[in-house]
Write a protein that binds this ligand. Structure first.
Ligand code: PBG
Length: 325
């Protein structure tokens, strides 16, 4: 081979220490935001059938759940509420006794340095399961914005550290920013679900949050998975309107979009590793078809490599344990 010229890339892969030395991307426990579902009622800890290891937990048992997350060194959680009563206008989203509001107060009292991200949406609270109010069989953008702003302010009043609007109405960042500022919450950042696709990967979440639309789908507000430029338009509007973080959701099939958003904007980028992405791995692992730990670490590292700074993931607790080993 002496007269053939080629590069010896394997030199830098020769041992664990060598690979470690040249590794370009790393996972840290500080990268993770852990999603939690708080359900109305008492003494409830329901495992979500399509999401093994993920539970809907009532407030009286919630402290224990958060304690576990806290002890693992996870610095942030994102909260979703599962109320008993729903109505046409999603009242449960913006009342003081709302599930997110109560859970937020509890966390901020017991774990003051745990960051609470409040998912700001109506779909878990509306009887029809859509993310806003319905007029003429479609979600009314501007009417929904008013309720969304009210929701954000009530979550901030409860002590939320970050407001994360997810209903994909046009102008939601602008309207929420204005409402938060007027209420005196100028220092509360907005983590916008800026780029959110109408995805089949949300199926298991809708079981967990009981938020399946009762008619139609979300395609008039969430994005078409076929589109890439549209993601940049969405992100651009949100940054102009004052978004402090940009979420791309789902993550795994959209890493090209994570990279586009990273390359075009200077705010922290968050990949949402959604429910379906979790369930697929769990199902395969339960069947012994894949090696769960290796696969999860690989795919989350891929999200970092694609350019995300933070990852919202149901695997956060598992990964925190693995990283500590
Ligand atoms: C609320 C919301 C959804 C998810 C996060 N916030 C559901 C949806 O839009 O249908 C999905 C998260 C997941 O699948 O893990 N609008």
């Amino acid at each position: 081979m002496s007269n053939v010229e080629f590069k010896r890339h394997r030199r830098l892969r020769s041992s664990n220490a060598m690979r470690s030395l040249v590794r370009e991307n790393h996972l840290r426990v500080e990268d993770f935001i852990y999603p939690m579902f708080v359900i109305e009622g008492e003494n409830i800890k329901n495992e979500v059938p399509s999401m093994p290891g993920v539970f809907q937990v009532s407030l009286d048992l919630f402290k224990e759940e958060v304690q576990e997350v806290y002890d693992l060194g996870i610095k942030a959680v994102i909260l979703f509420g599962v109320p008993n009563d729903k109505d046409e206008v999603g009242t449960g989203a913006y009342v003081e006794t709302g599930m997110i509001q109560q859970a937020t107060r509890l966390i901020k009292k017991e774990f003051p340095d745990m960051l609470v991200v409040a998912d700001t949406c109506l779909c878990e609270y509306t009887s029809h399961g859509h993310c806003g109010v319905i007029h003429n069989h479609d979600v009314d953008n501007d009417e929904s914005l008013k309720l969304l702003a009210k929701t954000a302010v009530s979550q901030a009043e409860a002590g939320a550290d970050i407001i994360a609007p997810s209903n994909m109405m046009d102008g939601f960042v602008a309207v929420i920013r204005e409402a938060l500022d007027e209420a005196g919450y100028t220092n509360i950042p907005i983590m916008s679900y800026a780029v959110k696709y109408a995805s089949a990967f949300y199926g298991p979440f809708r079981d967990a949050a009981d938020s399946t639309p009762q008619f139609g789908d979300r395609k008039t507000y969430q994005m078409d998975p076929a589109n890439r430029l549209e993601a940049l338009r969405e992100a651009e509007s949100d940054v102009e309107e004052g978004a402090d973080f940009l979420i791309v959701k789902p993550a795994l099939s959209y890493l090209d979009i994570v990279r586009d958003v990273r390359n075009n904007f200077n705010v922290p980028v968050v990949a949402y590793n959604v429910s379906g992405e979790y369930s697929m791995v769990k199902a395969a692992a339960q069947n012994g078809w894949i090696s769960e730990k290796e696969l999860v670490l690989e795919k989350l590292t891929a999200m970092k490599r694609a350019g995300s700074d933070l990852i919202i993931t149901y695997f956060a607790k598992d990964v925190a344990k693995w990283l500590a080993e």
